[in-house]
Ligand binder design. Structure first.
Ligand code: PRP
Length: 179
């Protein structure tokens, strides 16, 4: 285990096992229909790579990057698109891939934006959902794990851009925040 990690919340094995289940479930629902996976950078980059490899239906990729305007963004829900999709999603099955659903403000904005582009279907898969934290209702068809409201890193999730490459999800030692 990394020396900065206090304890592991989800092990590599638990994560990979759940992603295999999600991949099967999602593939069964789309059948032979192609699905466009849209990952929201940067955290979801790890998840989309593993999830796609557990899917058997035809899969295509695209990416978006979003940012907030200043520190009030989290509460205001104002999201700025830094990188938009490369292609149209009109009449395509779209599955938005997120690493974590926290307040739900990012996804609320994204889903509203994507819906205006007239996809054939629009669903969300999130690896993690913080229990009881959602401030806006989000319909997330596929959820990997419900987790308690504590700050976690690893498997795409960062603290000051670090720890995204850990293959498990864990909680940092308190002194890492205060140093
Ligand atoms: C995280 C995560 C979601 C968002 C969820 O991204 O990937 O996009 O926060 O939070 P919300 O439900 O409260 O809106 P972050 O802004 O940390 O960027 P990153 O993926 O580049 O780390």
């Amino acid at each position: 285990m990394h020396e900065d990690i206090d304890h592991v919340v989800l092990s590599e094995e638990e994560i990979q096992e759940r992603i295999a289940e999600l991949g099967s479930e999602i593939s069964a629902n789309y059948g032979d229909e192609p699905v466009l996976l849209i990952a929201v950078l940067r955290g979801a980059a790890i998840f989309i790579a593993d999830l796609a490899r557990q899917m058997t239906c035809p899969v295509e990729f695209d990416f978006m990057a979003v940012s907030s305007y200043g520190s009030s963004t989290r509460s205001s829900g104002v999201v700025r698109i830094l990188k938009d999709l490369d292609e149209t999603i009109e009449e395509r099955h779209v599955l938005v891939v997120e690493d974590i659903l926290d307040t739900g403000l990012t996804l609320k904005y994204l889903l509203k934006n994507l819906a205006t582009r007239k996809p054939k279907s629009l669903e969300v898969v999130t690896l993690l959902s913080k229990h009881g934290k959602q401030r806006v209702p989000i319909t997330c068809k596929y959820v990997g794990f419900e987790i308690p409201d504590e700050f976690v890193v690893g498997y795409g999730l960062d603290f000051a851009e670090r720890y995204r490459n850990l293959p498990y999800i864990g909680v940092l030692k308190p002194e890492i925040y205060t140093d």
